[in-house]
Design a protein around this ligand. Sequence first.
Ligand code: FEO
Ligand code: CA
Ligand code: CA
Ligand code: CA
Length: 639
Amino acid sequence: MPKDFSTLEDSNRSSNPSIHEVSDPARRTMLRGGMGLAATAFFGALAGCASGPPGATGPRLGFEGIAASTADAVVVPEGYTAQVLAPWGEPVGVAGAMPAWAPDASNSADEQALQMGMHHDGLHFFALDGSRRGLLVSNHEYADDGLLHPGGMQPWTAEKVAKSQAAHGISVIEIELKEGRWQMLRPSRYARRFTASTPFAVGGPAAGHALMKTAADPGGRRVLGTLNNCASGTTPWGTCLSGEENWANYFHPSDQPTAHERRWGIRKNHWYRWHEHDPRFDTVRHPNEPNRFGWVVEVDPMDPGSTPVKRTALGRAAHEGATVAVTKDGHAVVYSGEDAAFETIYKFVSRDRIRPAGGGLTAAQANAELLDHGTLFVARFEADGSGRWLPLVHGQGPLTADRGFADQGEVLIKARQASDALGGTKMDRPEWIAVDTASGWVYCALTNNSDRGAEGKATTDATNPRAANTMGHIIRWQEEGDLGGERFRWNHFVLAGDAANDRAEARGNVKGDAFACPDTLAFDPRGVLWIGTDVGSRSLNRGEMARLGNNQLLACDPTSGEVRRFLVGSVGAEITGCSFTPDGTTMFVNVQHPGESPGDRSDPAAPNRHSNWPDFRPDGRPRSATVAVRRDDGGAIGA
Ligand code: FEO
Ligand code: CA
Ligand code: CA
Ligand code: CA
């Protein structure tokens, strides 16, 4: 769906007061008071947040920031080349099953299941041979049925539903660098697709729970498919984690959704219409099927025969992604934001230590159940700059049977309701989270929330300080003690915006090239923080976004806070999923939904009306793709 759609996902009706309204009335008054001098002074004071002590230097930004662009092209600085790799529809490389891309979108559902999915999002490079050969694991977030089928959704058939399902999920491809250019290696023993039909195992406390059981899966331990895979992360044991984000939109409830469905944003909509040909997505007939989505899934790209697993100990959410860090004594910590308006940020700490490979087991096999045992926490930010991680543990605090949580499985399946009860802070749509291992700061992109402060909605607070927050901000925290601790200190790293705007809330305090709606965050091997943007296509290059150009990728020195624009995407695209070879000489980044039609599907009669990137065939259509960026002299990206 167009990502503007997700701004509508605001199911948090809990009356749980934003504690900042209570604890800091003076600041609330100041921020709501017409955004005059006081507010400007406050935002000004936030500028210049930096990691290091005075005089500390960060990684060198050795390129000239590029201008904003509205061209239907991917633009990079002088001395760099961007190469298109693995666009939607390209066969992934399964031996004996490599159906060619049909530019008129006439590939069948079975063919699509062997090709790159639509709308590439989170991606990671897994090295096989240093920085010259490896696997690329890409998420395919959603499908645009106007582009996916020659006639769009007219007529709407079971075959089109199957093709839409096959265009979702995750792909694994093998790639190699030859004479300065990356190419897919096909066939490859690693080549694989996970789709909305692939069997997944269920791990953790919700496995086998009564709320996970369906007619097709009376054991509640085997789910078909993964949906709306957005951001992703890697584990120290070599696997990939992927977040199931806006899964609620695939389900079709009755005219009167249950309270549980309403809290999770399941409502009648006519975007996917899968339920018309696949009753699994009709919640009247299959009320527990939605409980089987909204998890972080783990896949082992190195083992093509492995079964992917839904890790329920990490909690159910509209998971943006999952970012792993390690405590000093070897426990895994997984951070994950829930990208929906007024939802929360989570942290999971594993019960056990990460185990090394050995005894005939790979590292992935040795840690096959590591993410099934541990403690999940929700973040509560206090107005004084402190914060606490509140445990989602059955029997503790309000998470008891008489409050509707029968056991730990139900706490995790109803993690939103549990977070409401605990008092987790309602954020402005948490997207990617990145950990700066050098400084210990954890950064989270809060992409936007234009409903902040609107009538009937939560007002501004210390952590989400701007009403009608169309621009977004990046918050960061440092754990007190080790990463597994329960207290932290936080501040704002940057408020996105354009200083040339009239409206104070839309100006921000960016030190360098202006941007809006941060989404992707990733550190490269040198310690540069890369920021990808996702301004919705209804806002892009209009109004307060008029000077910002197409969505883009920016490099940021986390020590000084300086921001430079590095890459600008094609028309209508989001820039997402930034990953690097170990030596830092190639950056892989995904160009998602080029030509997205503002607020709607693409028009099948004119699929290339807005963009024709990257093929530019007169009879073609825009295709999401990975872009490999290299420096012409072979040096490290950005240095
Ligand atoms: Fe899929 Fe929150 O972006
Ligand atoms: Ca998007
Ligand atoms: Ca995202
Ligand atoms: Ca986004």
